[in-house]
Design a protein around this ligand. Structure first.
Ligand SMILES: Nc1ncnc2c1ncn2[C@@H]1O[C@H](COP(=O)(O)OP(=O)(O)OP(=O)(O)O)[C@@H](O)[C@H]1O
Length: 335
């Protein structure tokens, strides 16, 4: 087993809405090891980004509360002062955002933005920073590093901008990278190139990656471990093979059922009814997914489902997974 990099224990992050706190991340526990890619999967609003920003401690502290622990190298990041966190962010744990155009500074050249991180976190001289920046640009597949060094983000294509974001994220050789939907805004061929690039860097550096996505195709491509989130909770977790080949939670099964395949397109696709509930309106008693599988009897959802291990390394939060079935075609869940 590789060395553990990060351990999240009973993490709950709540946001203040109209003077009341509501949990968007609800009692989450998991670990990331060296050389491991952990995918966090779920629909929009499940709490994936809230989790990522909690690990980075980037939430507005006046309106956000995080409880539990986020253990990195033996210390709980939740107890660390901002000055210490600034030394961890970018140097030890870094982040790649979905939209590089909003994450990058539009007024600063690409080269200066990479050098800024090297300047803050390393003792390299100006000359060394420039040399390292050009090497990084080359490593992330920028065809003309010297030219791109002097360009502004808006002068680059979406794929090139994402490569620059990756160069910034890996500039100081972090041990952990959190990638929040890094390929969602890109077209499929560029998506595949960016995934290859991330995997390539990860294999060379042995860094751990938390990869946030709603796309199970991407999960199959990149992940070692998969965490499926629904309404702030982990509903299933296990190895990528287990989750894709032997999913048990009705939500995981529904996500997999809604992926188009040539065979399925002849029939109609499964549509998961309704939406992820908002944190302020969520019914937190019992199973949170019950409203979206109305054909399953209410008695099956009566107990509060706890995340339990059903086989080594495979955890499920459901009391009715053994009886779960999809309605026949034309039933309530098929549109
Ligand atoms: N700063 C905030 N204040 C109040 N509520 C928030 C805040 N940030 C997120 N939320 C709420 O927390 C829940 C989880 O949001 P989050 O952005 O983490 O979901 P997500 O799974 O990352 O979705 P997406 O894929 O669309 O980014 C949502 O109900 C969202 O409205």
């Amino acid at each position: 087993m590789e060395k553990e990099l990060l351990r999240v224990e009973n993490l709950t992050t709540s946001f203040c809405i109209d003077d009341q706190y509501y949990a968007a991340v609800d009692d989450l526990s998991f670990a990331v090891h060296e050389n491991e890619i952990v995918a966090i999967v779920g629909e929009s609003g499940c709490g994936k980004s809230a989790l990522a920003l909690s690990i980075m401690q980037l939430h507005d502290k006046k309106r956000t509360k995080s409880e539990g622990s986020i253990i990195y190298k033996g210390t709980n990041l939740l107890n660390e002062a901002e000055s210490k966190l600034n030394k961890v962010r970018g140097r030890h744990i870094s982040m790649i955002f979905q939209e590089p155009l909003t994450a990058l500074n539009p007024l600063m050249t690409v080269g200066k933005q990479i050098e800024e991180s090297l300047h803050y976190h390393t003792d390299l001289s100006k000359k060394q920073q420039k040399a390292k920046t050009l090497t990084l640009l080359e490593q992330v597949g920028i065809p003309y590093p010297k030219r791109t060094y002097k360009q502004y983000p808006h002068e680059l294509s979406g794929g090139m901008r994402q490569r620059v974001m990756i160069a910034i994220a890996v500039a100081c050789s972090p041990s952990l990278v959190i990638a929040d939907e890094p390929t969602t805004a890109l077209d499929v061929t560029i998506q595949a190139q960016i995934l290859d690039l991330l995997k390539d860097i990860q294999q060379k550096t042995k860094m751990g990656i938390i990869f946030i996505t709603h796309d199970l195709g991407v999960v199959a491509e990149i992940a070692d471990q998969v965490i499926v989130m629904y309404a702030g909770q982990i509903v299933e977790k296990g190895s990528v093979k287990t989750i894709l080949e032997r999913p048990l939670h009705p939500y995981t099964k529904s996500l997999l059922h809604s992926i188009p395949t040539v065979k399925k397109e002849k029939n109609r696709l499964h549509v998961i009814q309704g939406m992820v509930p908002s944190i302020a309106k969520m019914n937190r008693s019992g199973c949170r997914f019950k409203e979206r599988i109305p054909w399953i009897s209410v008695q099956s959802h009566a107990q509060f489902p706890r995340l339990h291990e059903v086989e080594p390394g495979h955890f499920v939060r459901c009391t009715c997974y053994k009886q779960f079935h999809f309605p026949k075609e034309g039933g309530t869940a098929i549109r």
